[in-house]
Design a protein. Structure first.
Length: 168
């Protein structure tokens, strides 16, 4: 008897392969992952920088306490990150073009080490709009990682947003 996994994939009974389609997909993904170098399998893009940014944001929140204006947290975060040895660019303009025509500019709050977009917020919760905005920023800037930081409450909340592009 032949175990058919799809219209085009069949294994003869002599092969001993008898798996469900979903289990085969998982197995194939596992085999692909095993064939990659270990560093590529476990790598979190810009992990050390994002950890340091989150730590700096926690330090800022602990000192200033929750509920202030976003701009105050942004300015304090710049001081904290520079003290930790990072380069920070505030409100950098990125031109946006459509069909070769300039249509405006995009201005992320902070770019840390020319690698991570950092956007301080004071909101009840992150929304789909915040995530979509970060994906748009990543697309226009060509960067791979963004951090949303929420200073509204006594405990810092954050979201790490990663572009779908493969690093080069």
């Amino acid at each position: 008897m032949v175990n058919s996994l799809s219209q085009h994939t069949q294994f003869p009974p002599s092969s001993g392969i008898r798996v469900e389609r979903s289990r085969l997909i998982c197995l194939l993904k596992f085999q692909r992952a095993k064939s990659r170098p270990a560093s590529e399998n476990n790598a979190v893009r810009h992990e050390e920088i994002t950890k340091d940014i989150i730590g700096a944001a926690m330090a800022v929140l602990n000192q200033l306490k929750p509920g202030l204006d976003e701009k105050l947290y942004e300015n304090a975060l710049i001081i904290e990150l520079v003290d930790r040895g990072h380069s920070v660019v505030q409100q950098k303009d990125y031109p946006v073009h459509y069909r070769g025509h300039y249509i405006g500019k995009l201005v992320p709050d902070l770019i840390v080490d020319d690698l991570v977009i950092t956007d301080p917020k004071v909101v009840s919760a992150f929304s789909e709009t915040h995530l979509a905005q970060m994906l748009g920023y990543l697309n226009i800037t060509g960067l791979e990682v963004a951090l949303l930081l929420n200073f509204k409450y006594a405990t810092l909340a954050w979201k790490r947003v990663v572009s779908g592009r493969t690093p080069q």
